[in-house]
Design a protein around this ligand. Sequence first.
Ligand code: SF4
Length: 176
Amino acid sequence: MTDNPGPPPVGISSCLLGEQVRYDGGHRYDLLINTQLADLFEFQPCCPEVAIGLGVPREPIQLVHTGQGIRIRGVNNPNIDVTRKLEDYGNRIAREFADICGYIFKARSPSCGIEGVTTWTEQGKQAKPDGTGAFAAVLIKVHPDLPVTDEIRLQDPGLREQFIADVFACYNSQHS
Ligand code: SF4
């Protein structure tokens, strides 16, 4: 009898599954992910901001350019700095989710966004939208070959098919 290893494990920002983990107590349920992709993958949800103890609801955070590089600080209280905690948690999940074959991140999040996240100056002015979420950045750095995407990229049929193909290629290489 052949062992059935099940669908490929894929990490995902838990708010995209409808979990009410956002700073305002809401979620970002994504219909496409929860219908078209849910049958293909075994989702491993994760909310880094909740995991590091920020709670729900919580102070919103943002990416701020500082003399020490980009820091993740409270929007209303810049004395809150969770950069180190998010990076440490990213390293932990990179180890704990060692067998995942892909990751679907929440776009534009200061923790989960993989590109184009809004950044701010220390004076509170909006800067270039060229940031990467602190948690996502660590995972991508530790696993540079991991297929990653977000809910906006997945709206594009070509990018969606490519992500699915990349996940299964990773999975097949693990089980060949
Ligand atoms: S974007 Fe990431 S940190 Fe923000 S609520 Fe969703 S899972 Fe949590």
